[in-house]
Structure formats: structure tokens, C-alpha cells
Design a protein around this ligand. Structure first.
Ligand SMILES: Nc1ncnc2c1ncn2[C@@H]1O[C@H](COP(=O)(O)OP(=O)(O)OP(=O)(O)O)[C@@H](O)[C@H]1O
Length: 364
């Protein structure tokens, strides 16, 4: 993968040094066959590189099983990736010892999908929010009590009403606010949201997304925001990374990705959701993405998307496409990217043409 500068462009550029720098991340899991016999590996994340800048939200989208959660867990080294580089606030996480990793993890917190499952039902809300502070030896009982009240206020839960309750007395949205209070308790720089609003209904989703945005402004947070819902990711992200079968298909400014997708996979994903074309203002007719992703145990040679790609040619089976910057700050890994207007073109990958595709090469 070409390690080009992924700095976000334009006036919203929050900072020039990446807060998080991931390069060529690889994560694989052994597969057990019948009787526990070793049977190959799941290529869950293969050579993924990206940056997250201070104050920005990088959205990560892709079908189920594309490796989004594994990518997030690889970043926080849980478990450590098989290979690659992860640099956070200038520190190489891959070589840190357990004790130092714990310190680094103060600054990188996760919010998960299941708001109920992530909270111990026997504990009071105040104890749940206090737990990370206790775990890192922060303050004393009275300073922690004040901090817990401040945190509950920050996430929109009145401490006098909620501190003494338990999670089963709260709604899904309120539980997710508690999970967010826990995540920000130690003043992190990065919060990784793994489908953090996916289980909430639309109205509550909007409220929790507003909360994320408010916290980003007030606490100068950065987010790695993982979701399979493209519309939702667009709403919150400065930039978006599109994953397919463990690899990045495309990464770029959110507006660019949605207005001018370069990778046929991104385009197919966008076609599969009801949306308004920003250029024409017209609603599309959603078209389901054909076929199933191939097995990550035995991914296709060359481009992993070629078996479902209407533009595939022989080259796609023979050569793995590298991420190449085709528009400012906008990269795609495709030998035959979608047409780019001449006026917007920055650089074409060597040998790529816009020739008519031959789908007969789209074989598994
Ligand atoms: N611990 C594990 N052991 C074996 N395989 C795993 C493990 N964790 C993930 N995988 C596999 O790795 C691939 C990527 O999974 P991952 O959960 O990262 O995808 P995802 O994009 O987050 O999917 P979803 O949207 O469904 O959460 C899948 O094929 C999954 O089955």
C-alpha cells in the first residue's frame, strides 16, 4: 500500500501531525478444522494504512465481516496485530510493554455497540463511571465523586437522578451515555466508536451523535467511527475509509467519497442505500450489492473485490491494486477506478485506463 500523505484538506483541517498513524496493519486468526486440526488463517485485516488527525472523525464503513472491528482492536493492541506499525501520539504501540501500553490506552478509549452488555448490571451508574478513574489510581473518593458528577453532566444525565441507579433502570440511549462517560473519564485523545449507535432507534441515534459532536468540540476529541450505515457515517465524519474483505478500498474526504466514489465497491455500497444524489437532487433507486463477499480464509488473488466487480479485467486477478491518490486527499485501490473529471484529476495509477471492463475476468 502506498503510504501517501492522507492529511485532510481544506479549512476544517484540524492539525497536521497525525494523532494515530497506522501502517501496513495485518491481523490474522487461525482457523480450526474438524477435530481442532489447523485449517489456514482468516485474513481479517491485510496491509491497512491510515492516519487520524487531532480533532477529526475518521469513519470506517464496509459490509459485515470486512474487518472494521478487528482494525479497531488492532489499533488498541487487543490483540496485538500480527505485523505493521501503530504510532499513537508519537509512541510506537507495537513494542510497548504491558504496563506502558496500559498508560497509552488511557488516551484511546472504546465505545461498543451493546449499551447494556458493556455495563455491569450490579453496579450503580456512579460506580460504573468511577471505575476507570479507580483503575488508573486517579484522585481520592471525594475528587472522584465530583468528577463522576461532572462526567454525568457532560453526557446529559443529571447526577442527582441517575448516579444511584443501575443500568437496567435506564434506556438504551441513557446506557450508551453512561458508556460514553466512562470512555471520556480519563480525558482521552481518541475515542473508537464500534457501531456505537447502531442498536439505538433513529431519534436516540441522532441525540447520541449530537453528544459525540458536542464532546468533540468541547474536549477536542478525535474519533474512529465504525459503522455499516453509510448515511450515518457521512453525517459524522470528516474523512471516510471504506473496507472490503480486510483491506482499504478507498479513503478520502467524506464529501468526496459520497459525491464522487472512485472505487466500484464504494459506488455499489452507495447504490445499495436510499439517498439523494447531491449533484442532481434526485433520489436513487437502491440496488442491492450482488453476491456475497468471498471467504477471508482464501481471498481472491489480485483485487479482492474483483469477483463481484462489474469492471474487473484480467489485470485485477493478476495484480493487487495499491492505494493511490487520485483526487486531493482521496485515495482508491483500483486498477480501473470510476471516471474522474479531467479538472479534478491529480494522478492516475501507472497503467490504469478507463477501458471498457470485461466482466468475464471476474472469477473467484
Ligand atoms: N477472534 C477471531 N477469531 C477468528 N476469526 C475472527 C475473530 N475475530 C474476527 N474474525 C473474523 O475476521 C473477519 C473480520 O471480522 P470483523 O468482526 O473485524 O468484521 P466487521 O467488519 O467488524 O464485521 P461486523 O460489521 O459484522 O462487526 C470475519 O471473517 C470474522 O469472522
Amino acid at each position: 500500500m502506498t503510504a501517501v500523505d492522507q492529511r485532510p484538506q481544506g479549512p476544517s483541517t484540524p492539525s497536521k501531525t497525525p494523532l494515530l498513524r497506522a501502517r501496513n496493519l495485518v491481523q490474522e486468526f487461525p482457523v480450526r478444522g474438524a477435530g481442532g486440526v489447523k485449517g489456514g488463517v482468516v485474513h481479517a485485516v491485510s496491509n491497512v494504512s491510515f492516519d487520524v488527525y487531532a480533532g477529526e472523525t475518521l469513519g470506517v464503513v464496509g459490509e459485515t465481516g470486512s474487518g472494521k472491528s478487528t482494525l479497531a482492536r488492532s489499533v488498541i493492541q487487543a490483540p496485538r496485530p500480527k505485523s505493521g506499525e501503530v504510532e499513537f501520539q508519537g509512541t510506537d504501540l507495537m513494542t510497548l510493554r504491558r504496563k506502558d501500553l496500559k498508560q497509552a490506552r488511557r488516551q484511546m478509549q472504546m465505545v461498543y455497540q451493546d449499551p447494556f452488555g458493556s455495563l455491569n448490571p450490579r453496579w450503580r451508574i456512579s460506580e460504573l463511571v468511577e471505575e476507570p478513574l479507580v483503575g488508573y489510581g486517579e484522585g481520592n473518593a471525594s475528587s472522584r465523586k465530583r468528577r463522576v458528577e461532572e462526567l454525568l453532566d457532560l453526557v446529559g444525565l443529571d447526577p442527582s437522578q441517575y448516579a444511584k441507579r443501575r443500568s437496567h433502570e435506564l434506556s438504551g440511549g441513557q446506557c450508551q451515555r453512561v458508556a460514553i462517560a466512562r470512555a471520556i473519564a480519563l480525558d482521552p485523545a481518541l475515542v473508537i466508536c464500534d457501531e456505537a449507535v447502531s442498536s439505538l432507534d433513529v431519534l436516540i441515534q441522532a441525540q447520541v451523535l449530537n453528544l459525540f459532536e458536542k464532546l468533540r468540540r468541547e474536549l477536542n476529541l478525535s474519533y474512529l467511527f465504525i459503522a455499516h450505515d453509510l448515511a450515518l457515517v457521512k453525517q459524522v465524519s470528516d474523512r471516510v475509509a471504506v473496507m472490503y474483505l480486510g483491506q482499504l478500498a478507498e479513503i478520502g474526504p467524506a464529501d468526496g467519497i459520497y459525491r464522487q466514489p472512485l472505487h466500484p465497491y464504494t459506488s455499489a455500497l452507495l447504490d445499495s442505500i436510499p439517498r439523494i444524489d447531491p449533484a442532481t437532487g434526485r433520489a436513487n433507486k437502491p440496488v442491492a450489492l450482488a453476491g456475497e463477499p468471498p471467504s477471508p480464509v482464501d481471498p481472491p488473488s489480485g483485487c479482492r473485490f474483483r469477483t463481484r466487480c462489474p469492471r474487473a479485467q484480467l489485470k485485477c486477478a493478476e495484480e493487487e491494486p495499491q492505494l493511490v491518490e487520485l483526487l486531493p486527499g482521496h485515495q482508491a485501490a483500483c486498477h480501473f477506478p470510476l471516471t474522474i473529471p479531467e479538472s479534478e484529476l491529480t494522478r492516475r495509477p501507472a497503467g490504469a485506463t478507463q477501458a471498457a471492463p470485461d466482466p468475464s475476468f471476474a472469477r473467484g
